[in-house]
Design a protein around this ligand. Structure first.
Ligand SMILES: NC(=O)c1ccc[n+]([C@@H]2O[C@H](COP(=O)([O-])OP(=O)(O)OC[C@H]3O[C@@H](n4cnc5c(N)ncnc54)[C@H](OP(=O)(O)O)[C@@H]3O)[C@@H](O)[C@H]2O)c1
Length: 291
């Protein structure tokens, strides 16, 4: 099976390139300049030439704060691009797995979000990703939209790597402790995305299509995540970094973030039998590689 994935050096595309061979899947990564999500013609040409059996739409404009001042580019990459990609998937008769985000929700719910909860993004990034979901679903009914959150990995830029970098020069770091979610390893996302793509390509069951939540098991705040990272680091290096637990109000950013980013994975578990490992376990596995 050959899966085309959008992007070249992103966290999820890198994880797919690493995990594909062991799963018996050929991963073809298509990114700029060959495939630019702001250029529908490049999407059609590059994807058609690669002759995929399934497509994973992993590339995105992920600079959440910068998106507030670049809404047109965010919508071009996160909404129009995936819509054009899904249209190509429909033309080729192949399924598309599209990655989306917890930021489609407002964060006001007090329990974990389920797929049928009303959306209400509070940022440009969230609105652009929600519009991407709508366009993918409209263009190719044979889809699975996987909403994930708080992605980290050995690749690219992410919170875990930022904490390791800060810990090189500081003894204490202040981290937001009033946003709740679940850190999710891109390697776990890759395994799940391959499993979902494989099922979609082989099984016409309508229950496999639609929107699903895909995050690590368990829950945390950003401060909890930082403490877990520094505890693992201390166990290996002896160097201690303490975490100051601050509020969102103490760390102003251009984009608002949901206070509650917890996504229930119950549907994916029931329909696909996929449950991601506990976030602490996967964090340790990533740190095993980085430290
Ligand atoms: N990161 C998170 O915390 C998070 C949370 C929830 C959901 N998600 C979603 O999960 C998916 C994967 O995220 P990630 O963390 O892997 O993202 P990432 O590491 O920021 O990578 C983004 C990828 O998108 C590519 N890209 C950006 N603009 C493009 C364009 N115009 N044309 C083609 N490719 C373009 C980048 O290309 P280059 O390789 O050329 O740089 C890169 O490969 C995204 O859909 C994201 O919205 C992420």
């Amino acid at each position: 099976m050959r899966i085309v994935v959008t992007g070249r050096q992103g966290q999820v595309v890198s994880a797919l390139l690493e995990r594909g061979p062991a799963a018996g899947v050929e991963i073809v990564a298509l990114g700029r300049p060959e495939l630019d999500l702001t250029d529908a013609a490049s999407i059609r040409a590059a994807v058609s030439a690669a002759r995929p059996d399934a497509i994973v739409s992993a590339a995105a404009y992920t600079a959440v704060d910068k998106a507030e001042s670049e809404p047109d580019l965010a919508f071009a990459v996160n909404a129009e691009g995936p819509g054009a990609l899904a249209a190509v998937a429909a033309e080729l008769g192949v399924p598309i797995v599209h990655l989306s985000t917890d930021y489609v929700f407002s964060g006001e719910k007090t329990a974990p979000y389920v797929e049928s909860d009303p959306t209400g993004p509070v940022s440009v990034y969230g609105r652009s990703k929600l519009e991407g979901e709508r366009r993918v679903a409209e263009a190719q009914p044979n889809h699975a939209i996987l909403r994930t959150a708080w992605v980290y990995s050995p690749f690219g830029a992410n919170f875990l790597k930022t904490m390791l970098r800060l810990g090189e020069t500081r003894d204490a770091v202040n981290v937001v402790a009033d946003q709740h979610g679940t850190p999710t390893s891109a390697l776990d996302i890759a395994d799940a995305a391959i499993a979902v793509a494989r099922r979609l390509a082989a099984d016409p069951d309508p229950s496999l299509r639609g929107t699903f939540h895909l995050t690590g098991s368990g829950e945390a705040t950003w401060a909890d995540f930082a403490e877990a990272i520094f505890a693992e680091r201390e166990a290996r290096t002896g160097k201690r970094v303490t975490v100051g637990r601050i509020g969102t109000a103490d760390y102003p950013t251009p984009a608002r973030r949901p206070a509650n980013s917890r996504l229930s994975g119950e549907t994916l578990g029931r329909v696909y039998g996929l449950v991601l490992p506990d976030w602490r376990q996967s964090t340790k596995a990533v740190l095993d590689r980085l430290l």
